[in-house]
Design a protein around this ligand. Structure first.
Ligand SMILES: CCCCCc1ccc(-c2ccc(S(=O)(=O)CCO)cc2)cc1[C@H]1C[C@H]1c1ccccn1
Length: 240
């Protein structure tokens, strides 16, 4: 695996997500249900630092007919970002550090009355093999804020900071019916999605405005993205 200037940081952050994000801590009362829509459940924890809302967000979803590799690939792929992201004015891929690690600069649509935000983050995709060799690999994408010479701070925009992970497991129903997994019909696939996001808005924004935006935007964002993947893959051969 080719190494680059961010390899060590990426390894550390990815391992942290793999260690903590899949822990089922929903029965403890630290998470508050923000929204539920069918299989999708979106939770938040209230967290503030010096009056700035940092609320960690965690969502789980179960999507029929797609694989975890497909979901992560569309989430990571710079070519389709603006096809599913409805909250951005622009998205630029600044640098490809390797075939699995890109650096993005994105400008978010302004949320009145707060100042407009932009983000700069590395985006890393990888498969993670399971203990049970019969299972398909998990897939993960991590988007983690970084700096880059081609993404200077442009006032009056405020640089927001994000630490986001999308982790997907693929379940094959009636698994023993298929010798060759690539012949599994899509209706026998279920993708279990865990999405975690911790965003620092980068500067003061009214707590009630931020919490209202989070409550509105995250469920919409996850619903729109997963629907997008189902629509894009429905006529394609499955990507295992
Ligand atoms: C006053 C508003 C301040 C904006 C704060 C802010 C910044 C970044 C982000 C964010 C950063 C990365 C990701 S992602 O999942 O990695 C995909 C990348 O295309 C997603 C969301 C979120 C928010 C918070 C609004 C909230 C919000 C939530 C879902 C969509 C838009 N806005």
């Amino acid at each position: 695996v080719p190494r680059h200037r961010l390899s060590d940081e990426i390894e550390k952050i990815v391992q942290e997500h793999l260690k903590f994000d899949l822990v089922d801590d929903f029965n403890s009362n630290i998470w508050e249900l923000l929204a539920a829509d069918g299989e999708m459940k979106v939770y938040r924890r209230e967290l503030e630092e010096n009056g700035i809302v940092l609320d960690p967000l965690k969502a789980v979803h179960s999507v029929k007919g797609v694989t975890g590799h497909e979901v992560c690939k569309y989430f990571w792929d710079p070519a389709v970002r603006m096809e599913w992201e409805g909250t951005l004015d622009s998205s630029r891929m600044l640098e490809a550090l390797s075939d699995d690690t890109l650096i993005f600069n994105q400008v978010h649509k302004r949320v009145w009355p707060a100042a407009q935000r932009d983000t700069c983050f590395w985006s890393h995709i990888r498969s993670v093999s399971k203990e049970n060799k019969n299972d398909l690999d998990d897939w993960i994408v991590v988007n983690y804020s970084t700096t880059h010479d081609s993404a200077p701070i442009k006032e009056p925009m405020i640089r927001a900071w994000a630490n986001v992970a999308l982790i997907c497991s693929t379940i094959i129903l009636n698994r023993d019916k298929y010798a060759d997994l690539s012949s599994v019909p899509r209706e026998n696939l279920v993708c279990k999605i865990t999405y975690v996001a911790q965003v620092n808005p980068g500067g003061w924004a009214p707590a009630n405005v931020l919490r209202a935006v989070y409550k509105r935007e995250y469920p919409k964002f996850l619903k729109r993205f997963t629907q997008y993947v189902m629509d894009k893959t429905k006529k394609l051969p499955i990507l295992l």
